[in-house]
Design a protein around this ligand. Structure first.
Ligand code: ING
Length: 312
């Protein structure tokens, strides 16, 4: 038995601060048209794909900040993506900054939507692990103010029936935390979609820079293997407003193997035919959660936030 889904990872190169939504959407539609020609069922775009990665700047004017957010999805500027999905018979994962008016308050999230081949939104995720800092830290070569500009996501890590399988979503820094994959693994996820914007340089820990690409693949390959799921990681890549972002977008099998990987730092589509049933042998044996896991031994993972060293 093989449930095949052909997946396109659509890496996106630098987006300038003053690039219009229309110009960016045109690039994304071009990648969708390439994907359709290569028989894709689903295209995965990066995190915050409609604009430059604006958390790299300290801003105080809320109107200036909110220019990077979408108040509706689709909007007139993003509607061409949904039209292309329907026209091409192609679903997509799209990362964007979401501004929501709810219970009389304005909420701002780092969000992704999962859109099916009819152009309907079938799932939404709001980023839970927000890295960086909330206040201006001028010592840094660039800021990473996700804790300032976004609220922690309130939708949890969910898995949806879509594209013939069980599809989950997360965003960027989420991929570094094993809990992310395991919560979806416990929902029998078969395909995890992840967009990211990852600078080579991490100002608080420059000694880590040389390992940026290694760590990127390490965490996604581990997540794939340890939860018997496909993982698609897609970069916003290249030198964006003077900040070098890693690329190496990739599609990873449940075996943990990288099946295909991007080789540029620009708009680049990579494609793989993925058999969702390839995970079955792992789910039935090594990672048969129902047979092998011991939740009573894991309570600390939920009860304790920060590490506490042993007493004595
Ligand atoms: N970016 C980075 C990421 O987790 C980061 C933040 C960079 C964390 C380097 C640790 C080291 O890939 C986002 N947007 O989360």
């Amino acid at each position: 038995m093989s449930r095949m889904v052909t997946i396109g990872a659509a890496q996106v190169g630098p987006i300038a601060r003053n690039d219009s939504r229309q110009a960016v959407v045109a690039r994304l539609v071009a990648l969708m048209e390439q994907a359709a020609k290569r028989g894709c069922d689903l295209v995965v775009f990066p995190e915050l794909t409609l604009t430059t990665f604006f958390p790299r700047w300290f801003m105080t004017d809320q109107d200036e900040i909110d220019q990077f957010f979408e108040r509706e999805m689709p909007s007139p500027a993003t509607r061409p993506l949904f039209d292309a999905a329907r026209r091409l018979g192609l679903g997509f994962y799209l990362g964007y900054a979401e501004l929501e008016q709810a219970d009389g308050k304005t909420h701002r999230y780092n969000t992704t939507v999962l859109v099916d081949k009819s152009g309907a939104i079938v799932g939404k995720y709001r980023k839970i692990h927000l890295p960086g800092h909330a206040e201006h830290e001028p010592w840094r070569a660039f800021q990473h103010l996700e804790k300032r500009y976004f609220e922690v996501g309130n939708l949890g890590f969910r898995v949806w029936r879509a594209f013939g399988g069980h599809v989950g979503m997360c965003i960027c820094n989420d991929r570094r935390w094993p809990e992310t994959y395991r919560v979806m693994g416990l929902q029998d996820v078969e395909l995890v979609l992840i967009g990211y914007n990852t600078p080579y340089h991490n100002p608080p820990a420059p000694s880590h820079d040389r390992l940026a690409n290694f760590h990127n693949h390490l965490v996604m390959q581990s997540g794939a293997y340890q939860n018997a799921t496909w993982v698609v990681g897609v970069a916003k890549a290249g030198r964006e407003e003077g900040c070098d972002l890693i690329g190496e977008s990739c599609i990873i099998a449940p075996t943990g193997e990288i099946v295909t990987q991007a080789r540029t730092l620009d708009d680049e589509l990579i494609v793989a035919r993925c058999d969702l049933d390839e995970a079955k042998s792992y789910k039935a044996t090594t990672f048969n959660f129902g047979l092998h896991r011991q939740p009573q031994a894991y309570r600390m993972i939920v009860d304790r936030m920060g590490a506490e060293p042993p007493r004595g």
